[in-house]
Design a binder for this molecule. Structure first.
Ligand code: NAD
Ligand code: DAU
Length: 351
């Protein structure tokens, strides 16, 4: 019997890498990509695999309960890998309700549909919820997030993700739904929408526009190559015990300012600019409201239990990422046309 797996948010940044990995690696699985194609969803991300016989796409908004129920009425799934979400912290500060609708209500619609389709016969079934390290809150200079760190979300985005994590666990404890959760640190790589720090900076450096750095640039993030996140999702989907949680991260902490200076050096070299030219674009701007100081993920449980390791050093991953954005100029041009300009002008009006 072929397996049928529903991947939600597969037209987005991380989801498209997960869909590609599963479609290529498992020709005997049928992969159904469900996505509402919001501003962040882009089917161009999958143009290299979208004709494969084991891939199909459905355009559905997960907040639409009737549409989700209809899908689950017509198609039997062996598993769900749930990535669809509103994912950008700055947008959550401006419009929290959109995050409540998609990240909380949308997740509950999927949990209900899976529960009612599987009707207590959970053999071979799995609901895998993709979450974030931001649910754990903000660290000081010391320590790392482990799987048992108490939740302390501080932005509307992370609060909505924390809420969805709690609901997923509630469905496990209350109904026995076979769930798995992972919480990952900041991803970077190809196909990331240029509202996020790294692709936004690459795009601005390319066009000699100011690079906005919030506050003093001292906030710390723990960066992981998106392909390594996709590999971790593969391993966890197939090997994790039901009810388990795994942290995923690269042990790769950078202050924003050091990261952007390194990126400027790479861009100077790739664009044939003189040393230090791109760094002159760095512009300190008003801080993000409630800006979490530091994230750092301890992923030793995943490394120890399931044998996953990040495959790339950050320096190599950043080079590859810059190469991708410079080579695939059309992708950036497409996603930065239209609504992106309006978003950018509103978010960075004084820059
Ligand atoms: P993204 O914003 O690039 O993609 C989100 C995708 O979800 C898009 O394709 C969008 O069209 C789709 N979507 C949004 N609302 C929807 C709705 N109502 N119905 C159906 N589809 C909808 O996000 P991403 O960065 O790829 O993140 C994917 C998941 O991984 C999210 O759950 C996010 O919380 C989590 N995550 C992201 C990071 C990161 O660094 N980007 C790190 C850890 C966890
Ligand atoms: O930690 C995982 C999370 O990482 C994911 O759950 C989120 O979906 C993802 O967006 C990301 O959240 P961040 O808020 O950390 O990512 P972002 O790229 O928005 O910002 C990274 C850091 O850079 C953060 O400290 C804010 C800062 N920043 C960001 C932007 C967009 C700037 O200084 N200037 C900017 O213009």
């Amino acid at each position: 019997m072929r397996k049928k797996i529903l991947i939600t948010g597969g037209a987005g940044f991380i989801g498209s890498h997960v869909v590609r990995l599963f479609v290529n690696k498992y020709p005997d699985y049928d992969i159904v990509n469900l996505d509402a194609l919001t501003y962040a969803g882009n089917l161009e991300n999958l143009s290299d695999i979208d004709r494969k016989p084991n891939y199909s796409f459905v355009k559905i908004d997960i907040t639409n309960e009737a549409a989700i129920n209809e899908l689950f009425k017509n198609t039997i799934f062996d598993g769900v890998i749930h990535l669809a979400a509103e994912s950008h912290v700055d947008r959550s500060i401006k419009d929290p309700l959109a995050f409540i609708r998609t990240n909380i209500i949308g997740t509950v619609n999927l949990l209900n549909a899976a529960r009612s389709q599987w009707e207590g016969n959970y053999t071979g079934k799995r609901f895998y919820h993709i979450s974030t390290d931001e649910v754990y809150g903000s660290l000081g200079k010391e320590g790392m997030f482990v799987e048992t760190t108490p939740y302390d979300p501080r932005s509307p985005y992370s609060a909505s993700k924390a809420s969805s994590d709690h609901l997923v666990r509630a469905y496990y404890h209350t109904y026995g739904l076979p769930v798995v959760i992972s919480n990952c640190s900041n991803n970077y790589g190809a196909n990331q929408f240029p509202e996020k720090l790294i692709p936004l900076a690459i795009n601005n450096i390319k066009h000699r526009k100011p690079i906005p750095i919030y506050g003093k640039g001292e906030n710390i993030r723990d960066w992981l190559w998106v392909n390594d996140h996709a590999r971790a999702i593969d391993v966890i989907y197939h090997q994790a015990a039901v009810g388990e949680t795994y942290n995923i991260g690269g042990i790769n902490e950078w202050t924003n300012i050091d990261l952007i200076r390194t990126l400027c050096e790479i861009m100077d070299r790739k664009l044939g600019r003189s040393a230090g030219e791109s760094a002159q674009l760095i512009t300190f701007v008003a801080d993000r409201a409630g800006h979490d100081l530091r994230y750092a993920i301890d992923s030793s449980k995943l490394q120890r239990d399931l044998g996953w390791q990040p495959s790339l050093q950050f320096s190599e991953g950043l080079e590859k990422t810059v190469d991708w954005y410079l080579e695939d100029e059309q992708w950036l041009a497409h996603v930065t046309s239209g609504d992106y300009q309006k978003y950018y002008e509103k978010q960075y009006e004084n820059v």
